[in-house]
Design a protein around this ligand. Structure first.
Ligand code: DQQ
Length: 531
């Protein structure tokens, strides 16, 4: 039975009730997309973790199956934690996951389908030769987990396992000829000081000249690699783009890109423990990420559920080669219902223009903003290195030059509550700096919530004097894509008034430069079949 609640999402992935966290082992097999995820069958808080399992033809409508992997053997008796899937030659899927053993050690196990002719892969077998990797001497056995999808080269399968050594985050490399006997490489593939535990590492190739994705084992001259790690201390992820040196078995981030807190992020909001997979059907790489709650544990228990998965995103390398770009999978469009369109709307300083005629609590909105000049842009102070702090300082109600302008999402009628998603443009010597904010501070009258001013800088060329924004608004989540997917921010918010039929959507400008809404398309979103 599905629990009912005003903040339950309409089109984001979630089970009928209880706690969920990391997406695990996403893959495509025989016409079916599979998503496994960390799940507590017994309640709305973390614990009793199993791999819940859902299947889909379009990654939008989902059918729940029984949990695929759950504690049953000594090598996973205290928990079945995160991991990945790999498709072995002959179209044979295999899962690698972290088991918690009787001594609370984190060990790596494999599971194989009992019946390859079942496209739903309902039954999984854990061979008795598990665990296949145990923490070697010198590795902290409580900080050694989350094996990646394996990639093949030079006669070997390779995987990473996330770990730490003191404060140094590590991606240990293991190799195997047969997926059964694994040997630790002498050096980690990559590591970085002062980043702490690397959870859920992900390592994959991207094409330098196409938006198409690449199979995880692919390498070659027009290929770069991406390494992502999730940092447990702050619940932030970072990634770098770099070169995978096959001779040295090392990964090197490109110059100018840094590991850790100051690095690039898939998403500057609630987005964690993410994982990509290659979809051979549409030749794309898809990113799944967990969007955790921002309310209290008591609220989660009261709600009866906690956690959603963000909308799956196609991901590719930007033509600059300096960052990734993400966009909701095209299949999401099947949920688009009633459409409202606006064009050539002028927004003067102080204007709020309502977008009427849509279900503002469950809507997909795309806007293109333009301005005639950047002369009024505020001066950028070079000490503003942290986007989130800057957004906290310069919220949507702090008047500016070019911006703040954007959307007021999940707004109550008299604006007691709203979550603004907006741009602000600054002038720095020889360049402009664009900030995208998703500011939850005014999102709810409820005081016991985490209300962050999430923000990221947007590395975008402003020569055409345009900026685009797409927001997926779904009851308690606002998932935004700035500048065609260059900067993404997901906020979890819990309005008290702006719920169900009482939510509103506005366009706003609070800068002295007039902003034109060149075009706005908003679609009321239908609810898919969700588990
Ligand atoms: N969640 C899993 C771990 C992983 C963490 C446990 C990340 O395997 O490191 O539920 O959220």
């Amino acid at each position: 039975v599905q629990v009912k609640h005003v903040h339950r999402t309409g089109f984001h992935f979630q089970p009928p009730k209880n706690w969920i966290n990391d997406p695990n082992g996403p893959m495509h097999y025989k016409g079916v997309y599979h998503l496994f995820y960390q799940y507590n069958p017994k309640g709305a808080v973390w614990g009793n973790i199993v791999w819940a399992h859902s299947v889909s033809k379009d990654m939008i409508n989902w059918e729940a199956l029984d949990p695929a992997i759950y504690p049953s053997k000594p090598f996973d008796i205290n928990g079945c934690w995160s991991g990945s899937s790999t498709i072995l030659p002959g179209n044979k899927p295999i899962i690698l996951y972290t088991g918690i053993d009787p001594n609370k050690r984190q060990v790596q196990n494999i599971a194989i389908p009992a019946n390859l002719s079942d496209p739903y892969l309902r039954q999984w077998i854990k061979p008795d030769f598990n665990p296949i990797v145990v923490p070697a001497i010198g590795i902290n056995s409580s900080q050694f987990r989350d094996p990646t999808t394996a990639w093949f080269y030079n006669g070997h399968w390779n995987i990473l396992v996330g770990s730490r050594r003191k404060d140094r985050g590590m991606a240990y490399l293991y190799r195997s000829k047969n997926f059964k006997y694994w040997v630790k490489a002498q050096h980690p593939l990559h590591s970085s000081p002062n980043t702490g535990m690397w959870e859920c590492p992900d390592f994959y190739p991207v094409s330098v000249n196409s938006k198409n994705g690449l199979d995880t084992s692919l390498n070659g001259p027009s290929v770069k690699h991406v390494l992502k790690a999730s940092l447990d201390l702050t619940r932030y992820e970072f990634y770098t783009i770099g070169t995978y040196n096959l001779t040295l078995d090392k990964y090197n981030p490109d110059s100018g890109l840094v590991d850790g807190w100051d690095g690039l992020r898939y998403d500057y909001g609630n987005f964690y423990a993410s994982k990509t997979f290659y979809d051979p059907i549409k030749k794309r790489r898809i990113l799944w990420g967990w969007s955790n709650e921002s309310d209290s544990q008591q609220d989660d228990i009261k709600k009866g559920w906690a956690g959603i998965q963000a909308i799956p995103r196609k991901l590719w390398l930007d033509s600059s080669g300096k960052q990734l770009v993400q966009w909701p999978i095209e299949e999401l469009d099947i949920l688009r219902g009633k459409k409202v369109e606006k064009s050539n709307v002028k927004l003067n300083k102080g204007d709020n223009v309502e977008v009427n005629g849509i279900t503002a609590e469950q809507v997909d909105v795309e806007v293109i903003f333009s301005f005639s000049s950047l002369d009024k842009a505020e001066k950028f102070d070079p000490s503003w290195v942290n986007a989130q702090n800057l957004c906290g300082q310069k919220g949507s109600d702090v008047q500016g030059g070019v911006g703040p302008f954007g959307l007021l999402t999940l707004a109550s009628e008299n604006l007691e509550e709203f979550t603004p998603v907006f741009f602000r443009i600054f002038k720095a010597p020889n360049k402009h700096v664009v900030l995208l904010c998703s500011d939850a501070r005014r999102s709810s009258l409820d005081k016991n919530l985490y209300k962050a001013s999430f923000a990221g800088f947007v590395d975008v060329n402003l020569s055409n004097k345009k900026l685009s924004l797409r927001s997926l608004i779904d009851h308690s989540v606002v998932e935004s894509f700035g500048a065609e997917g260059k900067t993404c921010i997901t906020s979890r918010v819990y309005p008290t008034l702006a719920v169900e039929g009482n939510a509103h959507l506005y366009l706003f400008n609070n800068g002295s430069e007039v902003i034109t809404v060149e075009n706005l398309n908003a679609w009321s979103m239908k609810s898919p079949h969700m588990n």
